[in-house]
Design a protein around this ligand. Structure first.
Ligand SMILES: NC(=O)C1=CN([C@@H]2O[C@H](COP(=O)(O)OP(=O)(O)OC[C@H]3O[C@@H](n4cnc5c(N)ncnc54)[C@H](OP(=O)(O)O)[C@@H]3O)[C@@H](O)[C@H]2O)C=CC1
Ligand SMILES: O=C(O)C(=O)[C@@H](O)[C@H](O)C(=O)CO
Length: 273
């Protein structure tokens, strides 16, 4: 069983640097994946209302027998629930589906700026944090102007920003902004949706006797990112956290830095609503 190191968030919470993602996973499969992951040593699970598998995640948590306090559960408010009252209602529904009485992290899933509601949504998250029902609060897919607007309207900084981030989209400017403002960077699609077999990555993997996915996840860890690789394959679930007993050297890190192509696999946060 692997022990996953944690990162201290500005909320004071310690978040595992690798967690399990469950986008596009049905309830029953999610439950099995969560059990496998917890048995392998994961304590962090990333879901969202829009994934429609919060019930499965909750079921997996209960089936695993893990103590609630040892787990770190993240969920997110979807775009069509943005707004103060609607976010509070969406949160209650998420908690009900998960079968939990708090989450460790609640995120605004997308800024959806054209809806003009993310500042109101943030106020709702502040209330949930004050009540202890969301132990940390944060955002996802926010760009620097979205974050600056949030800073102007609130003294509570997001604990993290969950963004698309992988070797093909390295987000240097946004990561530097996070670092300067004590916001952790969390990488979604950290494996570029499974496109791990680039020749440069394969060569580094061969050098270390590791898999390409492990090289990419180790790269995230060494950059200081939190990563949430998704897998429903038990061997891969285990593989993806076995990255704490080797190190990439400067040449490896430089070779991966060169793979940045600014290419998104997902929507553009400036326009997605
Ligand atoms: N905030 C946001 O807007 C978003 C958040 N997310 C979150 O991030 C998580 C991860 O992102 P996601 O888009 O799922 O993509 P990932 O980059 O995690 O890639 C997942 C794909 O990689 C495959 N895979 C997993 N491990 C390995 C491995 N060791 N070797 C080879 N292939 C592997 C999986 O296959 P298999 O399962 O068959 O093993 C799956 O096809 C999501 O599940 C979700 O929790 C994702 C998108 C947007
Ligand atoms: O998976 C998520 O968390 C997302 O928000 C995205 O997948 C998003 O829903 C999308 O890609 C829509 O095409």
């Amino acid at each position: 069983m692997t022990n996953v190191p944690t990162k201290r968030l500005n909320s004071g919470a310690d978040m595992p640097v690798i967690g399990l993602g469950v986008w596009q996973v049905a309830d029953d499969v999610a439950a099995d994946a969560v059990v496998t992951a917890i048995e392998a040593g994961y304590t962090s699970i990333d879901t969202a209302a829009v994934y429609r598998n919060e019930r499965g995640v909750g079921e997996g948590i209960r089936r695993s027998g893990a103590e609630r306090e040892k787990l770190f559960v993240t969920t997110k408010v979807w775009n069509d629930s943005q707004g103060y009252d609607t976010t509070l209602q969406a949160f209650d529904k998420s908690l009900g589906r998960l079968g939990l009485d708090y989450v460790d992290l609640y995120l605004i899933h997308w800024p959806a700026a054209s809806r003009g509601l993310y500042l109101d949504t943030w106020k709702a998250l502040e209330k949930l944090k004050a009540e202890g029902r969301a132990r940390s609060i944060g955002v996802s897919n926010f760009h620097i102007p979205h974050l600056k607007r949030l800073f102007e309207s609130s003294d509570v900084r997001p604990a993290l920003n969950q963004i698309e981030l992988h070797p093909g989209l390295q987000q240097a400017e946004l990561r530097a902004f996070h670092a300067a403002n004590d916001i952790a960077t969390e990488a979604w699609s950290p494996l570029q949706r499974g496109a791990v077999d680039r020749s440069e990555i394969v060569a580094i993997a061969a050098k270390h006797g590791r898999t390409p996915a492990q090289v990419i996840l180790r790269w995230h860890v060494q950059l200081g990112n939190i990563a949430i690789p998704k897998s429903v394959t038990p061997s891969r679930i285990r593989e993806n956290i076995a990255v704490f007993d080797f190190e990439l050297d400067d040449a490896d890190m430089a070779a991966i830095a060169k793979l940045d192509a600014g290419v998104r696999t997902g929507p553009n946060p400036d326009t997605f609503a």
